[in-house]
Design a protein around this ligand. Structure first.
Ligand code: G1P
Length: 302
């Protein structure tokens, strides 16, 4: 039976202030979240995942040069008018579908790139005193239902704090937050006894990487407010979570799906191919194009 004791998760923070240095020069003048993953900006997939999970309010933590994100979620009157006059109703309907309900998003500025923990802390006033989700738009998860929906179902059973995890090769753990599991879990849930941001492989407690989807209790905000810089000289969400774990329960949730890290060039390319191949309308054509392009390149290089 579903436990209804835990307060619902209504709000989600999407930190979108990052500079996208690993995908330069593509991100010199365009926010990395606006780079297309096949036919829509990367951020659209993450927003869809949040809405599917029942999120009612999205808080974008933005920075300078990120106005395109705000514009993307607004109406584009001139464009819509032109499409209407030309009778392009299918694409008009699609644009309408992507529009967020009025009043359902807030934009908060992070004034300096001080780290993920600092970015999440910038949303404190909008979050107030309720549990919330965090979705990192660098990471796209292909799954049915979405990763956050899966976590919501688990949260309704466990409450507390929940981190989505998946396994990465040991030689890549130093790029991520890594979970220290406390014994064996049940099913996809594992209780945690620690976590560490960007450990060296020999010091990593596991190869369970924190994938970029979180359900957190509001007390994390107090800890973020006085969190000292950690890995990379940045205020790390992982460090504040590790402190919160002294008082509260944390579970790692091994979701059912595949994650793509769009924060680096090959990860981004892989995501683009994967979402093109999975596209209902264009998947077949995308497959043909990709297979023939690879065959052509092989022909050239062999
Ligand atoms: C952030 C988090 C890290 C997490 C990663 C997922 O790191 O700090 O714990 O594993 O996202 O992509 P960043 O990518 O900002 O270095």
């Amino acid at each position: 039976m579903t436990n209804t004791l835990f307060p619902p998760i209504r709000k989600a923070i999407l930190p979108v202030a990052g500079l996208g240095t690993r995908v330069l020069p593509a991100t010199k003048a365009i926010p990395k979240e606006m780079l297309p993953v096949f036919d829509r900006p990367a951020i659209q997939y993450v927003v869809d995942e949040a809405l599917e999970a029942g999120i009612e309010h999205l808080i974008f933590v933005t920075g300078r040069n990120k106005n395109a994100i705000e514009d993307y979620f607004d109406r584009a009157y001139e464009l819509e008018d032109t499409l209407r006059m030309k009778g392009k109703t299918a694409i008009l309907d699609e644009l309408e579908e992507f529009l967020l309900p009025a009043g359902s998003c807030s934009f908060v500025r992070q004034q300096a790139p001080n780290g993920l923990g600092h970015a999440v802390g910038c949303a404190r006033a909008v979050i107030g005193n309720e549990p919330f989700a965090v979705l990192l738009p660098d990471v796209l998860v292909m799954s049915e239902p979405g990763c956050l929906s899966q976590m919501m179902a688990a949260y309704r059973e466990t409450g507390g704090n929940l981190l989505a995890v998946d396994r990465v090769p040991m030689d890549r753990v130093d790029q991520y937050g890594v979970v220290d599991p406390a014994g064996l879990g049940s099913g996809r849930l594992t209780p945690m006894k620690g976590m560490v941001e960007k450990p060296k492989p020999e010091a990593a407690p596991s190869n369970f990487r924190i994938t970029g989807r979180y359900i957190l209790q509001p007390e994390i905000m107090d800890l973020l407010a006085d969190q000292i810089p950690g890995a990379g000289g940045e205020i790390q969400l992982t460090d504040a979570m590790a402190r919160l774990m002294q008082d509260q329960i944390f579970h790692a949730y091994e979701f059912d799906g595949i994650s793509y890290d769009c924060g680096d060039k090959v990860g981004y390319l892989t995501a683009t191919a994967a979402f093109a191949l999975a596209h209902k309308e264009w998947g077949g054509a995308a497959r043909e194009a990709l297979v023939s392009e690879i065959a052509r390149r092989d022909g050239i290089t062999s």
